[in-house]
Design a binder for this molecule. Structure first.
Ligand code: PLP
Length: 367
């Protein structure tokens, strides 16, 4: 039985274009900082990828600083803040866990940040140096009001860092890049390899050496570049830009699936359903059907989705994202995330729907 993969927000499958680019780069030898022919060939791979990632991000290639992924990009951006950082509890741990002095931005129940609260916070705390705001949330798909937040940041003279990981490839980033000071992206959410990402910065020359060493990546992030990973990232960015139109169909399929789930189980709760969302993401909870049970039953039926709850030290804890939205424990403990890719089919979703409905029915029979 072929498996159905509905966990693209965790990691999208490697695109064939990316695999080919990585294989070709692995056949090269040398160091991209060397001036001989071998080194220059490696450098050419890195610079080609830089141009492709810049095209996807809507920025100048000189703004792209390659990193080992978005965790590193976010951590470096937080480290670079000259003062306290304001962020909401819905942010990724790679933001929250790397802030030294954090000021909390309140969240609305629909999953968006509370802009009025941000405005007040910036007025009352003039020491805030940076606001960190994700473009779209990985668990709920909720798209944040980046344009409005950017206007508040600009008025307050505060930097804005945007984690654009989940939005990259699914919607344009140029309008975000026009309004922020730094942005993070990662390859494996767009069909590139794990272990390659970028911190996009407006003026790399003005940034401190966040990782000091041999001066690579415009001195912002030293270390010999991961050329195969970067080449795969570039190829994935090129392919993602080419296929950007495909997401409208994904949105239609997501909305039809949501309707079908509601028809079968009217008590379903769609987390973030009242806000604008990424086209591929559906966070759904059926009260009384724990996400651990649901994900396990779906896995046994050959379907991969993720739980909206984090598991640490063997203890299932409510997701901090859902807690920040004020979602109660019953919903939080039942939330699952279904995240499609461009090539998810109607048939895949039918198999999901059948296994999901069976699990809800079986749980109710046994309760
Ligand atoms: N930010 C968001 C919103 C994410 O979803 C992820 C991945 O889970 C990251 C950052 C971290 O990216 P990476 O896996 O490249 O470190």
């Amino acid at each position: 039985m072929t498996r159905v993969y509905l966990d693209h927000n965790a990691s999208a499958p490697l695109r064939p274009e990316a695999a080919e680019a990585m294989t070709a780069a692995m056949a090269l030898r040398g160091n991209p900082s060397s001036v001989h022919g071998e080194g220059r060939a490696m450098r050419a791979e890195v610079e080609r990828a830089r141009a492709d990632v810049a095209a996807l991000a809507g920025c100048d290639p000189a703004s792209v600083v390659f990193t080992s992924g978005a965790t590193e990009a976010n951590a470096l951006a937080m480290k670079a803040s000259p003062g306290p950082v304001a962020a909401a509890g819905i942010e990724h741990p790679s933001i929250l866990e790397n802030i030294g002095d954090m000021r909390a931005i309140a969240c609305l129940p629909d999953g968006r940040i509370d802009l009025a609260a941000l405005e007040t916070l910036l007025k009352e705390s003039p020491d805030i140096a940076t606001v960190a705001l994700m473009a779209a949330n990985n668990e709920t798909g909720v798209v944040q009001p980046v344009t409005e937040a950017a206007a508040l940041c600009r008025a307050a003279g505060v930097r804005l860092h945007v984690d654009a990981v989940q939005q990259a490839g699914k919607a344009g980033l140029a309008a975000i890049w026009d309004r922020c000071d730094s942005m993070s992206v990662t390859a494996h959410k767009i069909g590139g390899p794990t272990g390659a990402g970028a911190l996009i910065v407006r003026d790399p020359g003005a940034w401190p050496a966040l990782i000091a060493g041999g001066g690579q990546e415009q001195r912002v992030r030293a270390g010999t570049e991961n050329v195969p990973g970067i080449a795969g990232f570039g190829a994935a960015a090129r392919a993602a830009a080419r296929e950007a139109d495909g997401w409208a169909g994904v949105r239609d399929r997501r909305d039809r699936l949501e309707t079908a789930m509601r028809d079968r189980v009217p008590e379903i709760c769609i987390v973030g359903g009242g806000a604008p969302r990424l086209p591929n993401t559906l966070c759904a909870a059926v009260p009384g059907v724990p996400s651990a049970l649901m994900t396990m039953r779906l896995d046994l039926a050959g379907i991969a989705v993720s739980a909206g709850s984090a598991c640490s030290s063997g203890k299932v804890a409510a997701s901090p994202v859902l807690s920040a939205m004020g979602v109660g424990p019953e919903i939080a403990q039942s939330a699952i995330r279904i995240s499609q890719g461009l090539y998810t089919t109607e048939r895949d979703l039918e198999r999901f729907l059948a296994a999901w409905s069976d699990t809800v029915a079986a749980k109710r029979r046994n309760s």
